[in-house]
Design a protein around this ligand. Sequence first.
Ligand code: BEZ
Length: 231
Amino acid sequence: MPGLTIGDTVPNLELDSTHGKIRIHDFVGDGYVIIFSHPADFTPVCTTEMAAMASYASEFEKRGVKLLGISCDDVASHKEWIKDVEAFSSKQQSSPGGAKSSKVTFPIMADPERSAIKELNMVDPDEKDGKGVSLPSRTLHVVGPDKVVKLSFLYPACTGRNMDEVLRAVDSLLTAAKHKGKVATPANWKPGDRAVIGPSVSDEEAKKMFPDGFETADLPSNKGYLRFTKV
Ligand code: BEZ
């Protein structure tokens, strides 16, 4: 059975967290939320990832995007582990613009029964705990104000995520949403670069929508479908 993926509504689960009980739809509210899992507390890659998330949190906040972590350890374990994460984060220089915030200001949910990670499509069948029970993968869903999954990353335990890429992908989503899906961002796009105009937009419509105009790439097919514009 396919698991939760882009276009699906995130299940409205209620879970314990380091900030008390959280009901996912209430937490999303009318903004964007990044729900991300990690395999286990007190493990090396997870500690570096959580520290990186702590130092990027202010960048997400600037964009109105909230963070929500989850793993299978319990809340008491998360709270102890956060001490390590914050100590490690405070030693890092990896946050964008050199801004340093070592505090884990966002909640981490607990799923000791492993039921939520199944519903959120976050199970890594290859990673097991000491009792042979599956652990979460490094899944990350960006959920929109309509509670629908807009983007998902699915990484195995061996591969820590790149928070610059998470931020870049969020900037892309927000750019596309701001232009009501009429623009998209090309390969290796970063904020400030030109976006492309979507295929559903005619040249006439594009002229009205983008006062600075647009540039059509000259390609052998002559179909005029690759159009760049400032956003
Ligand atoms: C880690 O975070 O380093 C890790 C966690 C679970 C399995 C393998 C690696």
